[in-house]
Design a protein around this ligand. Structure first.
Ligand code: FES
Length: 137
């Protein structure tokens, strides 16, 4: 493994040290519509994503707001922080399409061996959207 594989970009460090939309304290402090929780089969870390769903001008359901919390590592924290910024305001189906490559592009490359950490937020968001749809059907 090359030495560069262990280097985090400045943007990754910024999102790790100043995570966006991180849920501080009790989840009752955030007025959410659904929650998704997943575990990482590789490392066992957990991620929880809370979504507030609204509607845009065309009446489509969108991610109006989002919060998350995790026991994950620096890469999981930075990736989910990025995901939370990328998904806000998007229609639910569009939010589901945000993938590891979008997050990687947004952050300016995560170390390759940390890829499994970057999908944790996406999987929790998917679970939250599925749970929202189950509740509203
Ligand atoms: S090592 Fe577990 S989420 Fe990164």
């Amino acid at each position: 493994m090359e030495g560069q594989d262990w280097v985090y970009s400045d943007k990754v460090k910024d999102h790790f040290l100043n995570p966006r939309n991180f849920l501080m304290g009790d989840e009752s402090k955030f007025d959410y519509d659904a929650v998704g929780q997943v575990g990482n089969p590789i490392c066992g870390d957990q991620m929880r994503m809370y979504i507030k769903v609204g509607r845009d001008k065309k009446g489509r359901e969108i991610i109006e707001d989002v919060r998350w919390k995790t026991y994950g590592c620096a890469s999981a924290i930075a990736s989910t922080s990025a995901l939370s910024e990328l998904c806000k305001g998007r229609a639910l189906d569009a939010a589901l399409k945000i993938g590891a490559k979008d997050i990687d592009d947004y952050l300016g490359n995560l170390p390759k061996h940390k890829f499994h950490c970057s999908v944790l937020g996406h999987d929790a968001l998917k679970e939250a959207i599925e749970n929202f749809r189950k509740k509203s059907s």
